[in-house]
Design a protein around this ligand. Sequence first.
Ligand code: CP
Length: 383
Amino acid sequence: MFNIQHHSMTATTMRSSAFAVGAGATNNRKIRSYLNTLSTNNNIFYNNNKTRRSSSRRSKGDGRQTIAAKYSSGLQTLENCVDSGQFDRPMMEELFTIADEMAKVKPGSKDSLMLQGYLMSTLFYEASTRTRLSFESAMGRLGGGIVSTESAGEYSSAAKGETLEDTMRTVESYSDIVVLRHFQAGSAAKAAKVMRAPLINAGDGPGQHPTQALLDVYTIQKEIGRLDGFKIAFVGDLANGRTVRSLAMALTKFDDVEFFFVAPDVVKMKDDIKLFLDERGVKWTESTDLIATAKKVDVLYQTRIQKERFGDRLDDYEKAKGKYIVDQSVMDALSDTACVMHPLPRVDEIDPAVDGDKRSAYFRQAQNGLFVRMALLKVLLLK
Ligand code: CP
């Protein structure tokens, strides 16, 4: 059991908070209102924090911030990364240009030292390979240092009952930027409200995973060469998948993107995202036929059925598991120019036999995460 924030609550109870996916109609209304707030009013992520942080931001005279950077988009005022709705199209485009530059940074070069003297804390209450290690690699490749606790629910003072807010206030005093993964949706926004240092949401339960969305959009651009006028199928656990929710929100910033949802009944896309798309005039279709859908799309975004989100509903997990698998028959249905993406980790939903297909982009996608995260660290730390 996790003893964070409301330590009288069980983890299962906390996961069914107001923002948890899978809540009833009332909660869907709350989620919808929450999503609209995030996408239309980013003040909680910009102005308030800017005021708080202006007193804590180190001056260039401290000898560390030797590379001043200016950005032409909203990146100039970006104070943290809590939700994919914070990023409009110009911000993503500028971030991706920086990511392209990051991919060229050579060890020992001047650019490889641009974050020298800065420290990043990583605090992960849920398991991670890609997100934690790519952030730590990103910071190291830019000359910065890392303070880290893995299994934070077990090894940080959360295990003694410390609230998330107190933990975050403490951790930010030891570092210049904090990367947080937590099991409760809405926790990153809660943390950002009490923090002065920039906060990066590395995934909050079934809520959001904004840096995954950014690297996913970057990967789509690299793989199919455009961000307007394409069709994407989201497959698998669409109810619990924070990567799908974050990416769907991010893709509404581009023109003429059409969505297809292919999911087992027990993990279908929730109404809040469908309403979000409807309100923005984005076309979406639900289908149960993966092969037929594969024939139509430019991007097939497969996801894992997330056993850890089912709690006691193991029957539902068994119903969902193994229903939609990307194998050679799906690859045969895809066009030659399509690509298969997956945020990873996978279990059995992509047959490893198709890994060698040039359209299988998931390991390139994981590497793109390094470059996008290097770009984001630069943007948040150097202004
Ligand atoms: N895609 C992703 O978030 O992977 P990890 O859980 O390994 O960080």
